[in-house]
Design a protein around this ligand. Structure first.
Ligand SMILES: *[C@@H]1O[C@H](CO)[C@@H](O)[C@H](O)[C@H]1NC(C)=O
Ligand SMILES: *[C@@H]1O[C@H](CO)[C@@H](O)[C@H](O)[C@H]1NC(C)=O
Ligand SMILES: *[C@@H]1O[C@H](CO)[C@@H](O)[C@H](O)[C@H]1NC(C)=O
Ligand SMILES: *[C@@H]1O[C@H](CO)[C@@H](O)[C@H](O)[C@H]1NC(C)=O
Ligand SMILES: *[C@@H]1O[C@H](CO)[C@@H](O)[C@H](O)[C@H]1NC(C)=O
Ligand SMILES: *[C@@H]1O[C@H](CO)[C@@H](O)[C@H](O)[C@H]1NC(C)=O
Ligand SMILES: *[C@@H]1O[C@H](CO)[C@@H](O)[C@H](O)[C@H]1NC(C)=O
Ligand SMILES: *[C@@H]1O[C@H](CO)[C@@H](O)[C@H](O)[C@H]1NC(C)=O
Length: 573
């Protein structure tokens, strides 16, 4: 036996006249088949000292049949360390090889290089739980190693640690990978202490650590000695996170994940976070954002299948053709529980809160651009965890929209039919853009048309000049086309060579449209230079501007001819 500590008790058992039904049994060992050391049923205060490492206290408080006569007891337990070998017991108990309660596996690193003691925590045994160095033997070096499956990363939250030795003679080293493989990602020198809670019981702000691969290790190096070794420790919680199934965890966050359509599973489910032990010291607002990034030829569908909000009075959900909105009366949205769909640029797309009813489900959004699902709990704590929800996601293979650069001098595009949808709260969210590119000077004629009579807020096209400088390449707006415009032809200015057509939609009905363009390339030496300003023209007014420079009647007739052809084409579609 290497554990020479004693356990010291002060027991006060309240009066009992029936020793058989009111007593405390104390066993030397981990369970009641171990040796029974003594039975206490007096009401005197007693001080008792036992040797470790394991003792079982079994309390019987009264009969299980009426008349009930229950009693309690009060005890204080303290652990003391004696350097002299114990004479009380020399028998070795097999206790140290039994499973620890937090599913950690003890391992002896007898001939290992760091010659110490350790716990190995395997993802196969438990995907989430607590870790604690206290039960480890008192060696100079002890390790806690987390080993996940191939797609896992290790996510840790350190709750408490205490290092008492002076001048960095004890330390903690945190390794992204095995111990000693690389330089530690963090080193904590003694004397230093971290408590999960402050003196009033409130949690300090939490901090998480994440591995880049499937292994993470903690080395606890202790200055051995009477005064320090038994109190120096570290504890916290861990979770293994399967990046393929549960998205890529964003660094330095508790729960923000990214799902890339190219390498995530094509479909899956997400649920509310907050029930893993790493959330134990989270108090206050909890926000988890899940980002879905479809590839160029994909769209993403998110379908909320279950949502249990607590009907807070401060917020009402209103759903219409443009999605659902959270209406808060007096408070800001961050003060109420809600589920929010956002565009990548931060714009809200749809929001559910307060009075949202489960029978309005499912709510689905199909989007051709990155979408963020934000789970927001106003007042989270381990005892009052947030609301529950379930959302199915699927990446669909459909290139109906995206960000395309087209260098064809003429061509056409039209909306594609999509199967699916049809449910009441099924919304289409599109933000697509087509850049009509050209490396030669040209005059563009562009035709936009739709057969849908929808409000402009449901969907619309915006025509932009191309801008090299801005990040999204959107220059000044040339015009906005609303579905009620039905059909428009734009004759753009000479040498407005590159334009961006952007479709924006958030509606229950998939937009139906038709885009056609044509270029007229005329040698530059027939032109007056400097005509680069954008000229926009609608069909009626355009032709005066359409050919601002070369006004040869022949060309004008040619253009009108093209326009008529285009219109005919559209009518017969
Ligand atoms: C009690 O503990 C001992 C030692 O760990 C073990 O061998 C035995 O199976 C346990 N008995 C029961 C009933 O759990
Ligand atoms: C020992 O504990 C088990 C449950 O852990 C219980 O079922 C059993 O009755 C106990 N045995 C004795 C002798 O108290
Ligand atoms: C420990 O030593 C034994 C024999 O000396 C060897 O078989 C074993 O692989 C070693 N274990 C480790 C972890 O190095
Ligand atoms: C403990 O680990 C350190 C490396 O962190 C090593 O230098 C030292 O030799 C180890 N001590 C023992 C007793 O194994
Ligand atoms: C976990 O279990 C799987 C299948 O049972 C096995 O292939 C894998 O190697 C195990 N992982 C670890 C780290 O033991
Ligand atoms: C979709 O795009 C990805 C790359 O973005 C490509 O690997 C894949 O083959 C494409 N699939 C189809 C069906 O076009
Ligand atoms: C552009 O031209 C290529 C080859 O002529 C053709 O395959 C393609 O469909 C055209 N693209 C559009 C958008 O018209
Ligand atoms: C264009 O459509 C989007 C998405 O439905 C909408 O948010 C926006 O307000 C519309 N623009 C105009 C000018 O109506």
């Amino acid at each position: 036996m290497t554990f020479h500590s004693f356990q010291y008790l002060l027991i006060c058992l309240f009066s009992s006249s029936h020793c058989s039904s009111h007593h405390i049994n104390i066993y030397q060992g981990p369970n009641n088949s171990s040796h029974l050391l003594m039975t206490i049923c007096s009401d005197k205060e007693e001080e008792l000292v036992f040797s470790g490492p394991h003792l079982l206290f079994e309390f019987k408080g009264g009969p299980s049949i009426p008349p009930y006569d229950y009693r309690g007891f009060l005890a204080s337990v303290s652990f003391i360390k004696k350097m002299i070998p114990t004479v009380m017991t020399t028998e070795t108990t097999p206790a140290l090889t039994t499973e620890l309660p937090y599913t950690a596996r003890m391992e002896s690193y007898g001939n290992n290089s760091h010659n110490g003691c350790g716990i190995q925590i395997l993802a196969n045994d438990s995907r989430t739980g607590h870790f604690n160095s206290r039960p480890l033997e008192h060696h100079r070096n002890c390790s806690i190693v987390f080993v996940g499956n191939p797609n896992d990363v290790v996510h840790l939250s350190v709750f408490n640690y205490k290092l008492k030795a002076p001048a960095c003679q004890s330390y903690l080293e945190l390794y992204d990978g095995p111990i000693g493989g690389n330089k530690p990602m963090k080193r904590i020198c003694s004397p230093q202490t971290k408590h999960a809670r402050d003196a009033s019981g409130k949690f300090h702000s939490h901090e998480t650590l994440m591995s880049s691969g499937n292994t993470f290790s903690i080395l606890l190096h202790r200055l051995l000695g009477e005064t320090y070794a038994d109190v120096e420790h570290i504890d916290g919680a861990y979770a293994f996170h399967d990046e393929q199934k549960d998205g890529t965890l964003a660094p330095d966050t508790l729960c923000n994940t990214d799902y890339y359509g190219e390498n995530s599973l094509s479909s899956g489910q997400i649920t509310n976070p907050g029930n893993q032990q790493i959330y134990w010291n989270v108090e206050g607002r909890l926000v988890c954002a899940h980002r879905f990034i479809p590839a160029l030829n994909q769209s993403i569908t998110l379908k909320i299948t279950s949502l249990k909000l607590s009907n807070e009075p401060g917020c009402q959900t209103e759903c219409g053709d443009a999605g659902c909105r959270c209406n808060t009366d007096l408070v800001s949205l961050s003060h109420v529980d809600h589920l929010l769909f956002m565009h990548d640029n931060g714009a809200q797309i749809s929001c559910l809160c307060g009075n949202f009813h489960e029978d309005w489900l499912p709510v689905s959004i199909r989007s051709w651009s990155p979408l963020r699902l934000v789970y927001s709990v106003a007042h989270y704590s381990w005892t009052a965890q947030g609301f529950n929800y379930k959302t199915d996601y699927s990446f669909n293979l459909d290139g109906a929209c995206g960000h395309h650069v087209i260098s064809n001098h003429s061509g056409s595009l039209h909306s594609t039919r999509i199967v699916g949808g049809g449910e009441l709260n099924y919304y289409y969210h599109q933000m697509c853009s087509w850049t009509l590119d050209s490396n030669v000077d040209r005059q563009l004629t562009l035709e936009l048309a739709t057969s849908q009579n929808r409000p402009c807020t449901a969907w619309n096209f915006t025509l932009y000049e191309y801008s090299e400088g801005s990040s999204d390449h959107l220059g000044p707006i040339i015009h906005t086309f609303c579905p009620r415009d039905k059909h428009k032809v734009y004759n753009l200015a000479w040498r407005l060579n590159v334009v961006v057509i952007k479709l924006t939609a958030m509606t229950r009905t998939l937009p139906q449209y038709f885009i056609k363009w044509q270029s007229q390339v005329v040698r530059a030496n027939t032109r007056i230079s400097g005509q680069t300003s954008s000229i926009l023209s609608s069909p009626s007014s355009s032709f005066s501007h359409a050919m601002p420079i070369s006004r040869s009647p022949l060309k004008a007739i040619f253009l009108v001819f093209i326009v008529n052809l285009l219109s005919l084409h559209f009518v017969y579609r």
